[in-house]
Write a protein that binds this ligand. Sequence first.
Ligand code: HEM
Length: 146
Amino acid sequence: VEWSAAERKIVADVWGKMSIDEIGPQALARLLIVYPWTQRYFGSFGNLSSAGSVLGNPKVSEHGKTVLGALEKAVKNLDDIKGLYSKLSKLHCDKLNVDPDNFRLLADCLSIVIATKFGSAFNPEVQATWQKFLCVVVAALSSRYF
Ligand code: HEM
C-alpha cells in the first residue's frame, strides 16, 4: 500500500484529534448494540442484554481502549500494518475464532463515531483517507485466516 504525504498527514491528524478513552468504548459498544450477534465472542464480559447495559459495562470500555491501542500502533506503522498485525490476526482466527466479516463492522462503527464527533471536519477527503486506513487494517487482521 502506498501512502501520499497528504494521506499520512490526514491519518495522523485524525488520530491526534481523538481520545482513545472516549472513542474506543463508544465504537465497541456501538458494534455490540447494532450487531448483537457480535456479543457471542464476549461471553465473559457479563451483562450485555440492553443498550444501556452495554454502554455501562466496564469490560466493554476497557476492551474498546485495548482495540484502539492496537489501532494506534497501526497509525504509527502505516508502511507495515500487515506485519504489525500478523500475530493479532492469527489470534483472532485460531484462538478467538472471530468471523473476519466482523472487522469491517467494527471499522464502520468506528467511522460513524468519529464522523459524529468531528462534524464538518470529517470532510470527503478526510473520510476517504480514513476509510483507506481502516481498509488496510481490516485486510491485515484478516490476512492470516487464508
Ligand atoms: C482481543 C484488537 C476486532 C474479538 C483483542 C486484543 C486486541 C484486539 C489488541 C487483545 C489481544 C491480546 O490479549 O493479546 C482488535 C482490533 C480489531 C479487533 C485492532 C479491529 C479493528 C475484533 C472484533 C471482534 C473481536 C470485530 C469480535 C466481534 C476479540 C475478542 C478478544 C479480542 C473476543 C479477547 C477479549 C478478552 O477476552 O479479553 N482484539 N480486535 N476483535 N478481540 Fe479483537
